[in-house]
Write a protein that binds this ligand. Sequence first.
Ligand SMILES: Cc1ncc(COP(=O)(O)O)c(C=O)c1O
Length: 356
Amino acid sequence: MKESIKNMKAYQAELPAEVVKAKYGLSHLARLSANESVYGPSPKVSQAIKTTADDILGYYPDGQATVLREAVAKHDQVAPDNLVFGVGADELIQLLTRTVLTPGANIIIPDPTFGEYAMHAQIEQADTKKIPVTLATGQVDFDAMLAAVDENTEMVWLANPNNPTGVFEKRTAILGFLEKLPKTVILVVDEAYYDFVDEPDATVAKDVKNYTNLVVLRTLSKAYGLANLRVGYGIMQEPLYGVMQAVRLPYNLNTYQIIGGTAAIKDQDYLNQVVTKTQVERKLFQTFLRDNNLTFYDSQTNFIWIKVGDTKKVGEYLLSQGYQVNDHLNSEWIRIALGTAEDNAGMREAILTVIK
Ligand SMILES: Cc1ncc(COP(=O)(O)O)c(C=O)c1O
């Protein structure tokens, strides 16, 4: 076994709803711990899956995910042969790391950020340099990230907006950073929460054609409400594109993922409704936090990172009231995903009660 992963711990997955409900005697449990969409996907997704003929089952799926590729390329205005699909953005994170990193290399990430970048680096026997975000605002410290680059740096990861902070970086800031990065270092901009951003110029997807070392990740797990279907993609150009296509498993997406994902991308009216509802709820919640002098970072996502003091106490209390949030990322900050209007209102009351 690789020495570097001997002591790795398994991912702390959410407790099943029935277990939590039974433990706390709850009739309703709002799962707001994994940044899923409480609105679910467009009804057109299940329609498309249900009307798929059963005779596909005995044959391998389309390894190029052609219909999905065409739909995504059109929607994101990128070249079809710049798209690598995966079983969620998770698979792209794993594949990119596996493809790019060599033992003894290092990656640079902001801190805090999504845990999988460092986890996969560790599996590939690379080190991770964690650069704290600016404490007051949660913004990425680009100068410090750049200063951390050395001759062994092979990748830089940015989740934009970031998870768990929810903080958004402007395209101009990212491109300014990329311009200063050595061309041998791959910059991955993970735009899992891109759809929720209400600022203009929120993506660097269209800049991929200008940089061989820029990769953008997207997922249908968040705003599209398809966390269970497991569809994600990476936007990148040659030579990385060709190598990634060679490294990935040939049939990584099955036909239901391809057909369901395509239906989701094509129903932009539905997506826009979800995004609008989320933005309204986000504004309400942040106004509440501000009015009550709670410390939080300005979010551009479907979740908010809030400083509550004793995370375990607050998390446990919210759970006992039927609100399952993420209390295991930090000892002082919790991450709450935005739920329905009703659940959000209930959660606000519960927060006030527990922090009093
Ligand atoms: C920043 C970020 N990237 C990627 C993912 C993984 O998404 P997927 O469900 O597509 O694997 C998540 C999920 O929480 C995330 O927060």
